[in-house]
Design a protein around this ligand. Structure first.
Ligand SMILES: CC(C)(COP(=O)(O)OP(=O)(O)OC[C@H]1O[C@@H](n2cnc3c(N)ncnc32)[C@H](O)[C@@H]1O)[C@@H](O)C(=O)NCCC(=O)NCCS
Ligand SMILES: Nc1ncnc2c1ncn2[C@@H]1O[C@H](COP(=O)(O)OP(=O)(O)OP(=O)(O)O)[C@@H](O)[C@H]1O
Length: 195
């Protein structure tokens, strides 16, 4: 089995690229979505987040996402604490998810903070989806109905594209001038010798 990581800055097009992988019948683990599920279901995460940020971070069983977002985006120490709580649990859950898909030749994880979370050590190859920062901010602002400042705060909480590109095995250009279908097909051809 080849384990691929797909990352890229906010609004870069990771989810669109991962939909192309799904078209090739490759299962994709959506780290954002699975992390949010764990935030609401993992007693370990809940206890540690409450110990660090207080009980009103949760309304009943549900994490108040807006409250946590306001605490971590623009505060490096709170971001570090939160990542140290959530990412190890997310990594454990990802490994279980992989074990249940052993019959697939290739699987992928869609993770905005793949390198920051240390997931690279769990993977065989990593792919960075790149687009100009202003394009990314416009796309994400349109999609999420967040202000450009809120998107920029999230972008500033992530490794920048150049650092990610230096760590990547493959780059996918999603600037509207390169075909995503062709770039994904080329990567799958390149890795086909590995399995
Ligand atoms: C803080 C949370 C609750 C905010 O959720 P909310 O729905 O309000 O914001 P949303 O998820 O839309 O955030 C938008 C973007 O922020 C970025 N982002 C999310 N978590 C992080 C993080 N820890 N570090 C840097 N950027 C992050 C992603 O690009 C995400 O798409 C949520 O983002 C979260 O639980 N983050 C911590 C877990 C995590 O690292 N998830 C990403 C795994 S790759
Ligand atoms: N090449 C493109 N042309 C036009 N719109 C695009 C393109 N690629 C992505 N988009 C749109 O931009 C927005 C961001 O794309 P996507 O959600 O795939 O990014 P992402 O990297 O997953 O972002 P995030 O990290 O915020 O989840 C989406 O609304 C998507 O439909």
């Amino acid at each position: 089995m080849i384990k691929l990581g797909v990352t890229g800055g906010i609004g870069s097009g990771k989810s669109v690229v991962c939909d192309v992988f799904r078209l090739h019948d490759i299962p994709v683990f959506d780290a954002d979505r699975e992390a949010k599920k764990l935030n609401d279901t993992s007693p370990v995460i809940r206890e540690k987040l409450i110990n660090n940020f207080g009980p009103d971070l949760y309304q009943g069983n549900k994490l108040d996402r807006k409250k946590l977002a306001n605490l971590i985006f623009n505060n490096a120490e709170n971001l570090r604490i939160t990542n140290a709580i959530i990412h190890p649990e997310l990594a454990k859950y990802f490994e279980k998810w992989v074990d249940q898909r052993k019959h697939h030749a290739v699987i992928a994880i869609d993770a905005a903070v793949l390198y920051e979370a240390g997931f690279q050590s769990l993977l065989d190859k990593t792919i960075v989806v790149m687009a100009p920062l202003e394009t990314r901010i416009e796309r994400a602002a349109k999609r999420d109905r967040l202000s450009k400042e809120q998107i920029t705060a999230r972008a500033n909480s992530q490794m920048n594209d150049e650092e990610k590109a230096g760590l990547a095995d493959f780059i996918i250009h999603n600037d509207g001038r390169h075909s995503l279908l062709e770039q994904v097909a080329q990567i799958l051809q390149d890795i086909s010798t590995l399995y």
